[in-house]
Each structure stands twice: as C-alpha cells, then as structure tokens.
Design a protein around this ligand. Structure first.
Ligand code: AMP
Length: 226
C-alpha cells in the first residue's frame, strides 16, 4: 500500500474511534428512588395513578447522567422524542415500579416522557430508549431497598431513624454508600424522601459515588407511612 493508502486507512481507523464506539458524554448515573409517602404528604396535590394506589414501596424517580464535578447534562436531544411504542413490553412493570404521583391522575406516560427527555436523552451514547427504561427496572430489582431497610428494623411506620443507621443498612445491603435526601412533612419533620445510588456508565453496575448529592437530612429522620 502506498503512502496515500496508509493515510486513508489511518483516517478511517481514527474516525472509527468516534463513530463506532461513541464516548460517553457523562461520568456516571444517579439512580434515584423515591418514597411515595414523602412525595405525597408534602405536595398540595398528589394523585394516585389510574391503576390505583401504588404499593408501599420505593418507586423509581429516574436514572440521571451526572458529571463527577456534581453538575449534570439535561435535555440533550430534542430530536429523540419519547415513543411509547418502543417500551410497550415494559409498561406493566413501569406502572408498578415507576409510578406517577402527579395530578391529574394519569397512567404515567407523562412522567416517563419527562424523565426520558430531560435525562435519558443524555445517555443515548450508551443506551436507547428501551434500554434506558429496562436498565432502571433491573436496577430497582437489584437494589431491593425496602427489603434491605426492613431487614434492619427500619420500617415505614412514621418512626424516626438515624441517618447513619439508614445509610449503613443500605451500604451493607448493596455494597456502596447511598445518598439520602430528605424533605419536610407538613409538621416540618425531616423525612426520608429519596435515595441516590450511583451506577456506572453502562447503567447496570452499582459503584461508589464520585460525588454525593446534598441531601438536607439531619441526624434523625422520619420514615413516613404510605
Ligand atoms: P426531575 O425534573 O427529573 O429532576 O424531576 C423533578 C420533576 O419530577 C418535578 O416536576 C416533580 O414534580 C416530578 N416528579 C417527581 N416525582 C414524581 C412522581 N412520583 N410522579 C410524577 N412526577 C414526579
């Protein structure tokens, strides 16, 4: 091969680095789970989905690409609209595990669309829409958070538990330290609202968090009934 041939070959190989294996444009995911009791008792309006009151379990809030510095990308691809036909096989599981609580009461497609368009479109270099929702569902099953907490005597019974005890129970259960986020109930009690678990860029493996979210939790927090 002549010099020109080599040049063209090298050019193709160089291009291939970018074309066939796109670089991730984020550093890790936050997998965010929400306690429905803490969402509902703070909102002026919380509406159960059309399928009825969700189970007293953590629901998925989202799978959010994040940067190690603490910031995150959002709404990365306006051309990639949410397409419910791509996830039709996942809908019954999504209704159960990723329940909407916004008003007016609806099936959930609005919430899933919001999460896909705001966060999911920023992970398109590693997963398509079906994989995005499927990965989140698998992560929820793998984390099994409510079981981990109840096994440690931490129950959604309006009782107060120490932040340390909650964090340690999850750390022992999944092997990695979670971020815990609190909000306030109408009596101004701090309560467990969301749990953040860090996930690698493939969207499948839990990792140690490069940066923990600021959780606004005091040392004692309430685990509200739902
Ligand atoms: P995000 O934009 O992904 O950071 O999520 C925040 C948005 O999701 C807000 O508009 C919330 O009101 C909404 N949200 C949070 N939890 C739920 C839920 N369980 N059902 C419906 N909307 C929710």
């Amino acid at each position: 091969m002549g010099a020109k041939g080599w040049f063209i070959l090298k050019l193709l190989m160089f291009q291939g680095l970018f074309v066939s294996r796109p670089q991730e444009d984020f550093d890790f995911f936050y997998f965010v789970l929400q306690w429905p009791g803490a969402y509902c008792d703070t909102k002026r309006a919380c509406c159960y989905p059309t399928s009825g009151k969700p189970a007293a379990d953590f629901g998925i809030h989202g799978l959010w690409p994040n940067y190690n510095g603490g910031s995150w990308p959002s709404n990365c691809d306006p051309d990639s609209q949410f397409d419910r036909s791509q996830i039709s096989d996942l809908v019954s599981s999504l209704k159960k595990n990723w329940p909407t609580l916004s008003c007016p009461s609806n099936e959930g497609f609005k919430f899933w669309e919001h999460e896909w368009e705001k966060h999911g479109t920023c992970s398109e270099s590693v997963m398509d829409q079906h994989e995005y929702f499927e990965n989140a569902l698998k992560l929820k099953e793998k984390a099994n958070l409510l079981q981990i907490l109840t096994n440690s005597g931490i129950n959604p019974d309006d009782g107060f538990y120490s932040l340390k005890k909650i964090t340690n129970a999850i750390k022992n259960g999944i092997g990695f330290t979670p971020g815990i986020e609190c909000n306030k109930d109408p009596e101004r009690n701090d309560q467990l609202h969301q749990i953040y678990i860090c996930v690698d860029t493939s969207g499948t493996e839990f990792i140690e968090c490069p940066v923990l979210p600021r959780g606004r939790c005091p040392s004692q927090l309430q685990f509200s009934k739902f």
